[in-house]
Design a protein around this ligand. Structure first.
Ligand SMILES: [Zn+2]
Length: 188
């Protein structure tokens, strides 16, 4: 497999160094019905271009948004991932893995707080209503192993977000047993 570099602008992540000791799994989609978005500018909820544009405008400092976002009053939000795995299983690197992304928010895992400071964030194109594609599991397992991480160095955002229940991703449809089996195979 290969990694396609498509870095977000520097304002989308922190310059602070990262030495990844874990990997947090997320979902992402662009919901054209969200009130803050221009529905007609979203071609494909799971499309790489739409997700990339969505993240850029989410993080852009200042009120100038668009065209995917409606103008907001100084509405800067934070959200980014080191990797995006498309429905086809292509791996896009959005943030350099030696820098900290804004993916976990307030979080705690195995007694350590601030997962952004020590984990990679990987977003699978997906949502509540769809199963993940076999190619996405394969890509995620390869990527986990590529970073020297084992099957138990991984967790879902739902597991680490505090307070508990704040996040639901990657969702009940994510098959952890299958994924961890694939990671073990990668390492073998
Ligand atoms: Zn998440």
């Amino acid at each position: 497999m290969r990694i396609i570099e498509r870095h977000l602008p520097a304002f989308c992540y922190r310059d602070a160094p990262l030495n990844p000791e874990g990997l947090i799994v997320h979902w992402i989609s662009v919901n054209p019905d969200a009130p803050e978005l221009n529905a007609e500018s979203v071609a494909d909820s799971y499309g790489v271009d739409d997700i990339w544009n969505f993240l850029v405008e989410l993080n852009r400092p200042g009120p100038e948004k668009g065209p995917i976002w409606k103008p907001m009053d100084g509405g800067r939000l934070w959200g980014s991932y080191h990797y995006l795995i498309s429905r086809a299983g292509d791996i896009y690197q959005l943030v350099p893995p030696n820098r900290q992304a804004y993916h976990a928010g307030k979080s705690e895992w195995r007694g350590r707080v601030n997962c952004n400071g020590w984990t990679l964030g990987v977003a699978l194109a997906g949502g509540r209503d769809d199963d993940y594609e076999p190619a996405q599991y394969e890509a995620l397992a390869w990527l986990t192993s590529h970073h020297g991480l084992g099957p138990w160095a991984t967790a879902g955002h739902d597991e680490v977000a505090i307070p508990q229940g704040r996040r639901q991703d990657p969702g009940r449809q994510f098959d952890w047993q299958h994924f961890r089996h694939l990671v073990r195979q990668e390492a073998a």
